[in-house]
Design a protein around this ligand. Structure first.
Ligand code: HEM
Length: 666
């Protein structure tokens, strides 16, 4: 079976090269049969990689431990779910998985856009198939998931226990889907340059792809945060780890791209900028994969040092230089159709939005790569810690929240300052009142946090007022409030979906400000019957009483130790928490499972850090994370908002039909 898997991957590699080559030849020589053949080859590549993935899944599920990859990431005791998800639990499997998702997405894009984007299609096929071929090259020659051991081990080594979590099982697929989907808008952008179709056709055609890719990337980031919070047991969710940053950086470039394409579509501006951003996003996506797969930066996620690093760098270099060449050679065609009319306008806010996001991307990129530069220059790996990232990015995030508050009242071309002042008066009053209440009534002393909460209140008010205005206009025309809200959103999904995303982002910001600035932490060693207390400005005092330890074995070779802790909040009993330690016998690795009491105001987060004897005494680490659940609630709103914005409209269908038919292929 393993040999068949390997042969299938090799055939897919050959066909991907073939598809890339004949698509360009067909377009250049105007031989439609060749372009059709390249399309069919691209579909066949997808079918072959799908077969390879199914074969690897079969080997994982049936426990074929002579296959080295299966031995490394799976074992007999692993439940079926984790045997299946072990496909992306190690390096070579995850590279095959990456290639598979990439080929699926490109096949889908080719099938969907075949009729409407005929002129660009051959070049789009070429770019996507070159990318597929690169990843297949890695799995065929450098990280073969079907490689065989010289002997048959009785059992596998098993999946890293830290990866046995639902969040971690679905976080990589989401992230990879986000990464691979960005290849589609990039490929269309390159095809637009090659075919001199530099108007907004490529941005309009790929808008929903880009939004979907962005949604997957966002969900990947959010699921990663949830996993870190739920599993790693350090009380936080974002450690500015290089692997986390590797996914955040493309997100920080893709987000301004989503906004600046709106400028290109509405005003014919920022054409060069959009090209530059999508090229950068693609290169950063591949670089992100390089950082995580090559082991070049050590972190909990990086698998191991491997020889694939130079290949990745070579691929990024080739793609970057050829994109740059095309970009520069079409420079004049990418001229703006319009100039900036007024300084106070939506256009200038979009420009500022772009500059701030890009500054964030540069700061995070620099901090993430600093250990590499320092090692190359002075021979020492100097790690840049969270304080660098937090201090440099916090003010920029503050400006972004402020702008999200201002943008609903700013119109295209120019806005009257007087009207803007009148509309923003109420939100400004809310801002001042929020800051005053937090300072003088609640007693918060960290001014950065107070300003942050004030800005969030300001932006929330403008967005809610924007919704309120739209709904009341429709209500006055006779619609009930729910119907008015529904039709308002339905008639302008991009706008109101966008504002819903902003609303979700602000709720996420509230969760981050509360939990980052006001987290409290304590650690105590308790004998059975003893208590410890922990207090926060937000929610008062929790008392934890240790009631003993219980131990048991699970069928999948885990020794489970649970501590029973009774909790009171401000003197009222609120229940029992069970912080747990699991010991994975095969991997000889312990894992901490925190216990949580969650409310809208805070999380009480308790970890069993250790114990003596049969549990006569035990050590507990407790955290209060104020407002953290707004982060998860905001994430949910954010996802709904993106679905609203990305949902197809009647206009999307019309645009599909009216896209230019350069007609090379049948
Ligand atoms: C983390 C911060 C932000 C995120 C995640 C975000 C995300 C988004 C997304 C995904 C859309 C929908 C785009 C589409 O449907 O094509 C959108 C729409 C929009 N965004 Fe943002 N955005 C952020 C910040 C900002 C800022 C700072 C501005 C200020 C210039 C802004 C202005 C807008 C506008 C005006 C729209 C609606 C466009 C329309 O009416 O068609 N966004 N945003």
């Amino acid at each position: 079976m393993a040999n068949i898997g390997y042969i299938t991957m090799t055939m897919a590699l050959v066909l991907a090269f073939y598809a890339a080559f004949v698509s360009v030849m067909g377009a250049q020589r105007r031989i439609s049969e060749l372009v059709v053949s390249s399309r069919n080859a691209a579909f066949a590549v997808t079918a072959l990689i799908t077969s390879a993935v199914f074969i690897l899944e079969y080997l994982l599920i049936t426990g074929d431990y002579q296959t080295e990859y299966v031995y490394e990431v799976s074992n007999r005791a692993a439940p079926l779910f984790y045997r299946v998800t072990a496909l992306w639990g190690g390096q070579s499997g995850s590279l095959l998985f990456w290639s598979w998702l990439l080929s699926l997405m490109t096949a889908l894009a080719i099938a969907k856009k075949w009729n409407s984007m005929r002129l660009m299609m051959p070049y789009m096929i070429a770019v996507t198939q070159i990318t597929v071929a690169f990843f297949l090259w890695l799995v065929v020659f450098n990280a073969n998931p079907f490689a065989q051991l010289a002997f048959v081990p009785p059992d596998g080594a098993g999946l890293n226990p830290l990866l046995r979590h639902f969040g971690m099982a679905i976080h990589p697929p989401m992230l990879y889907m986000g990464f691979v989907s960005f290849v589609v808008p990039y490929a269309f952008a390159m095809a637009a340059l090659i075919t001199h179709q530099t108007s907004d056709v490529w941005t309009r055609t790929t808008r929903r792809w880009t939004l979907t890719a962005w949604l997957f990337l966002s969900m990947g980031l959010l699921l990663g945060m949830w996993w870190a919070y739920d599993v790693l047991g350090w009380g936080g969710y974002w450690g500015w780890d290089p692997v986390e940053n590797a996914s955040l950086i493309p997100w920080l470039v893709a987000t301004p791209f989503l906004h600046s394409v709106i400028m290109q579509e509405n005003r014919g501006m920022l054409k060069r900028w959009n090209m530059a951003l999508i090229i950068l996003t693609f290169c950063l996506v591949v670089e992100g994969t390089f950082l995580t797969r090559s082991g070049v930066l050590s972190s909990v996620h990086s698998f191991s040092q491997s020889p694939i690093g130079p290949l990745f760098l070579g691929f990024i270099f080739i793609m970057f230089v050829s994109s740059l060449y095309l970009f520069v050679s079409r420079w004049n065609e990418l001229d703006s159709d319009n100039e900036l009319d007024g300084l106070v306008s939506r256009e200038s806010l979009f420009l500022l939005n772009n500059l701030i996001f890009l500054s964030l991307a540069i700061v995070v990129w620099w901090g993430t790569h600093y250990p590499l530069f320092s090692e190359a220059l002075v021979g020492k790996k100097i790690i840049v810690g969270p304080p660098f990232f937090e201090q440099t990015t916090a003010p920029l995030w503050g400006v972004i929240i402020l702008m999200m508050g201002v943008v609903p009242v700013v119109t295209w071309r120019r806005t009257s300052l007087k009207r803007m002042g009148q509309t923003l008066l109420l939100p400004a009053i809310v801002l001042v009142i929020t800051m005053a209440v937090l300072t003088f009534v609640v007693g918060l002393k960290i001014w950065g946090a107070v300003v942050g909460f004030g800005l969030c209140a300001f932006a929330l008010t403008t967005i809610l007022l924007e919704y309120g205005r739209g709904v009341s206009v429709r209500h006055r025309k006779g619609e009930s409030y729910p119907v008015a809200l529904w039709t308002l959103i339905g008639l302008n999904r991009r706008r109101y979906g966008g504002y819903l995303i902003h609303l979700g982002t602000i709720l996420v910001a509230i969760g981050i400000i509360g939990s980052r600035f006001y987290q409290v932490e304590t650690q105590h060693n308790l004998a059975v019957g003893e208590s410890m207390t922990i207090r926060s400005d937000f929610s008062g005092t929790y008392t934890l009483t240790y009631n003993g330890l219980r131990e048991g074995n699970s069928p999948d070779d885990r020794i489970i130790t649970e501590a029973v802790v009774n909790v009171t909040h401000n003197g009222q009993a609120v229940g029992e928490l069970i912080p747990t330690r699991e010991y994975f016998v095969v991997q000889e690795q312990p894992m901490t499972i925190p216990a949580k009491r969650s409310t809208l105001l805070d999380d009480l987060y308790v970890i069993l850090a250790g114990w003596e004897g049969q549990g006569e005494t035990a050590t507990f680490k407790a955290f209060i994370n104020p407002l953290i659940n707004w982060l998860w609630i905001g994430s949910f709103v954010f996802i709904i908002g993106t679905l609203v914005a990305a949902w197809p409209t009647a206009q999307d269908s019309r645009e599909r039909v009216s896209a230019p038919l350069g007609v090379v292929v049948k």
